[in-house]
Design a protein around this ligand. Structure first.
Ligand code: ADE
Ligand code: ZN
Length: 327
């Protein structure tokens, strides 16, 4: 059996960023919206660099105009993830793309996403939980609305709060109010750091925001003291190697620091981030890690154990997923 056939846990997946280009093109066609500028001739998403990627992502999201679109999107994403062997995933859902931060609208979008999540669990055998995210380049005031939406809907399905977006804008600490609000509502915390920001962004994430997981975090490897701090704290990195290679952080998988971080004792997990944008899937991530570092079934079992222990779901869900990993 190839390692790519193993069951998988994914902790870092952006809901809109997982939308297949054909799905977005079909919605644009139905709504008579012209999105031709965001696609390449071969049908994939077209972007030059990270900031252009973020604007193409936001342009594609414009066709997701209501709860029904998110219901369809959720089913499409989960069918694809399940086909790649994923048995549990957490996705980033954002009130900014689901009702513009309005709580009543957010509840409607969330109900549709949860409904699709339950249907997908029955049809495809995959469990989804939501991590509500604010978008860093939309600013700290907008983030507060996302945090309040997260706090008001925290529960069995909305299990975490996080932040994505352009790390070049502002400081992690500018968003402390939002992270405190989510924490007080019982939500678990993660934030993007150490992707385009350097080691200091990772240090701020754990010390100032108090997150237990970090989206990417890979540039921590530039600072040995910080690597020790992450090991001591037990911070979990949601590493997305294929995303990092396409966005130019590292030239290829072999140069990626995931193996060095793991071997230094940091808790690493593997995810796809925005799979169709980065021409990847969880199968491909496993295949590439096997090729680059020789990781075998035992390595991937350890990776899944780290990911399942770090998942933000409740323990009953964790046990159910554990059984799926074993079968
Ligand atoms: N939003 C979607 N993908 C992202 C990434 N890789 N980094 C930051 N924000 C994002
Ligand atoms: Zn991300």
């Amino acid at each position: 059996m190839s390692v790519a056939d193993l069951p998988k846990i994914e902790l870092h997946l952006h809901h809109e960023g997982a939308a297949p280009p054909a799905f977005i093109r079909q919605l644009a066609h139905e709504k008579k919206m012209d999105l031709s500028g965001i696609f390449r001739a071969d049908g994939g998403y077209d972007f030059r660099d990270f900031t252009h990627f973020l604007s193409v992502y936001e342009a594609a999201s414009e066709v997701l105009t209501g709860p029904e679109e998110f219901r369809r999107l959720t089913l499409a994403i989960l069918e694809e993830s399940a086909a790649n062997g994923v048995v549990y995933t957490e996705s980033f859902v954002s009130p900014d793309f689901c009702g513009g931060g309005d709580l009543a609208a957010w509840r409607d979008y969330l109900a549709a996403i949860q409904d699709a999540s339950e249907e997908a669990e029955k049809r495809f055998g995959i469990t989804l939980r939501g991590v509500v995210t604010c978008v860093r380049h939309f600013g700290a005031e907008t983030a507060k609305k996302a945090a309040q939406c997260a706090a008001d809907t925290a529960g069995d399905w909305v299990v975490g709060f996080g932040m994505g977006g352009n790390e070049g804008m502002g400081e992690q600490g500018d968003f402390a109010w939002s992270f405190d609000c989510a924490r007080e509502a019982g939500l678990r915390l993660t934030t993007h750091a150490g992707e385009f920001g350097g080691p200091e962004s990772v240090r701020d994430a754990v010390r100032v925001l108090g997150v237990e997981r970090i989206g990417h975090g890979v540039r921590a490897f530039e600072d040995a003291d910080l690597v020790h701090e992450l090991v001591d704290r037990g911070t979990v990195l949601e590493v997305c190697p294929g995303s990092n290679v396409v966005l130019g952080l590292f030239p290829d998988f072999a140069s990626h620091p995931i193996a060095r971080l793991r071997d230094a004792g940091v808790k690493v997990t593997v995810s796809t981030d925005d799979p169709p944008f980065f021409h990847t899937t969880m199968r491909r991530e496993y295949e590439m890690l096997n090729k680059a570092f020789g990781w075998d079934a035992d390595d991937f079992a350890a990776l899944n154990a780290t990911a399942l222990a770090a998942a933000f779901c409740d323990d009953a869900t964790r046990e159910r997923v554990q059984k799926r990993l074993e079968s």
